[in-house]
Design a binder for this molecule. Structure first.
Ligand SMILES: [Zn+2]
Ligand SMILES: [Zn+2]
Length: 295
């Protein structure tokens, strides 16, 4: 059943890519400087939205969540970033300022979906190849991405000053720094097309009772993104506590060595590096992996 669904999804994606590349211009053909990717003319069936699979133990028959996202089997970004033989756990650094439409990614940096009538428009960053849906960018973009200024930059590219002293408030400055830390968790390992953060993007479905038997305080990146965007944190420590909880929950439910647990370690590395760089006073507060009882 699952495999059949995946086959359908894959075929649907291939058809979409074919249709997009053959007939539909991907980018808005009119004013070049809007750089907003508009929906393709055909509608993507609901089933093509990548299922948000919950973290599961290896005993289950559901495909491992740590596997690469189903949606982008032939990510066009690979044209510019061919897989290399040397794997390093560092984000892709080779980013040039885009100058022509083909320079931007085809899929949202956060959710890995494209531009369609369900997910909506994608906005392109002025200074990096990343593109975003308005609800996916962190902080979330209010309103239509078409209304953004021509020189819009994503949070990754904004000049964000690191927090060097513990802060007991959560103003726009703390918001932007925390947004940057969370966005760092969506990065990909260089040469690895998998988005290891995928299992942690969205809430685990309530129907998965076994998960909720074990995890009493569920949380996901989407929840944290919303709290950042709406300034619901009172201080940075609350943000750190929520982030720590994501990794604690993942390790409480997934055994060591499973694909999800391995993905969790990779994402944790991104998190740790970002906190060290941008929230140094809080680096000692992040959850230490070795404290997990199962590791
Ligand atoms: Zn998105
Ligand atoms: Zn950017």
């Amino acid at each position: 059943m699952q495999k059949a669904l995946m086959d359908i999804i894959r075929q649907s994606d291939i058809n979409q890519i074919k249709a997009t590349t053959q007939s539909s211009p991907r980018l808005n053909s009119v004013p070049d400087n809007t750089r907003v990717i508009t929906p393709v003319s055909h509608q993507i069936p609901a089933a093509s939205t990548p299922p948000s699979l919950p973290p599961l133990p290896p005993s289950t028959s559901v495909p491992p969540v740590g596997s690469p996202p189903i949606n982008p089997p032939i990510k066009l970004t690979l044209r510019r970033n061919p897989p290399s033989t040397s794997m390093s756990q560092s984000p892709e650094k080779e980013e040039k300022k885009p100058t022509k439409s083909d320079d931007w990614d085809d899929y949202c940096f956060v959710c890995s979906n494209g531009c369609d009538e369900i997910s909506g428009d994608l906005v392109c960053c002025e200074t990096c190849p990343k593109v975003y849906h308005n609800v996916c960018h962190i902080p979330m973009i209010n309103g239509d991405v078409k209304d953004l200024p021509d020189d819009w930059r994503c949070t990754r590219c904004k000049n964000v000053q690191p927090i060097t002293e513990p802060s007991e408030q959560f103003t726009e400055r703390e918001k932007m720094v925390c947004a940057r830390v969370l966005l760092a968790c969506y990065e990909k390992v260089r040469g690895d097309p998998a988005q290891h953060s995928e299992p942690f993007h969205n809430p685990v479905p309530r129907s998965l009772k076994r998960y909720y038997d074990v995890i009493t305080n569920p949380i996901c990146f989407k929840d944290i993104s919303k709290k950042i965007s709406t300034l619901r944190y009172q201080n940075i420590q609350q943000f750190i506590d929520d982030m720590n909880l994501v990794f604690k929950n993942a390790c409480a439910f997934n055994r060591k060595g499973t694909p999800i647990e391995l993905s969790c370690r990779i994402v944790f590395d991104f998190y740790s590096h970002a906190v060290k760089e941008l929230l140094r006073p809080y680096h000692s507060k992040i959850w230490l992996y070795q404290n997990s009882p199962k590791i």
